[in-house]
Design a protein around this ligand. Structure first.
Ligand code: HXC
Length: 257
């Protein structure tokens, strides 16, 4: 498939998607979201791929939804076309998706990063929800996922003022898993994907599902479901192999890598 707004490659068992609208700082227009979703879905169906990485350029992961594409829409067009709906699919893949963020991750760019399962940040990353400066509010999860990630007070400050957070603050606040030097960002994200690829893939999918369940359930419901899924891992050969390998002081040789 020939894409115009993204670059797609395989690095071992990791599917790498690079957002590629450099002149617009990777502003996320409808075509880019469509292409990104198609590439991720292809990787998600591909049994040789175990994890995906989304990255941008050194200057910008993505500077937001494409303002120029949105600016002329009126309420009726926005509402009836529901033009943000296609974004939601990006958060619904089974395999882990890692955002490797360098430079600006603003507005929809920050929201896209937060749709991913893990965010790795380069030391020059800047996160923000500047929609308030455009007379609007985040529309692809910024008010919801940011609040869950960093808490009400910080999220409120960012959403109400448009202030950007640097990489160190983002790590301190729990928005990102780790900060790495810019030059190592993509390699480090791919390495993280390869580490996940070395595990049992059905178990990875269960683990991802359960962490995500924490966002949707009460604690009591989540704990109950977790225990059930934990017991269900005992139905797999990989669970037996994992524990046996530990007892025999060797590395596990999982069947479903
Ligand atoms: C369209 C954009 C853009 C965007 C940058 N560009 N961000 N085009 N949509 N979100 C374009 C600029 O118009 C410019 O095009 C080129 O990219 C380079 O940008 P500059 O502004 O010249 O670069 P710089 O001075 O380095 O400033 C970088 C920046 C600034 C601070 C990131 O570009 C900026 O503030 N961008 C907008 C950030 C923002 O408000 N994001 C939220 C969008 S709303 P030309 O043609 O002039 O060279 C949103 C809503 C999400 O995301 C809701 C649901 C999805």
């Amino acid at each position: 498939m020939a894409y115009e707004t993204i670059l797609v490659e395989r690095r071992g068992r990791v599917g790498l998607v690079t957002l590629n609208r450099p002149k617009a700082l990777n502003a996320l227009n409808a075509q880019l979201i469509r292409e990104l979703e198609e590439a991720l879905s292809d990787f998600d169906r591909d049994s040789e791929i175990a994890a995906m990485v989304i990255t941008g350029s050194e200057k910008a992961f993505a500077a937001g939804a494409d303002i120029k594409e949105m600016m002329e829409k009126d309420f009726a067009q926005a509402f009836s076309s529901d033009f943000i709906a296609p974004w939601a699919k990006i958060a619904q893949h089974r395999k882990p998706v890692i955002a490797a963020v360098a430079g600006y991750a603003l507005g929809g760019g920050c929201e896209l990063a937060m749709m991913c399962d893990i965010i790795l940040a380069a030391d020059n990353a800047k996160f923000g929800q500047p929609e308030i400066n455009l007379g609007t509010i985040p529309g692809a999860g910024g008010t919801q996922r940011l609040t869950r990630a960093i808490g009400k007070s910080k999220a409120m400050e960012m959403v109400l003022t448009g202030r950007m957070m640097d990489a160190a603050e983002a790590e301190r606040s729990g928005l990102v898993a780790r900060v790495v030097p810019l030059a190592d960002l993509v390699d480090e994200a791919v390495r993280l994907g390869e580490t996940i690829a070395s595990k049992s893939q059905p178990i990875v999918a269960m683990a991802k599902d359960m962490v995500n369940a924490a966002y949707e359930m009460t604690l009591a419901e989540g704990l109950k479901l977790e225990r059930r899924v934990f017991y269900s891992t005992f139905a797999t050969a990989d669970r037996r192999e994992g524990m046996t390998a530990f007892a025999e002081k060797r590395s596990p040789n999982f069947t479903h890598r």
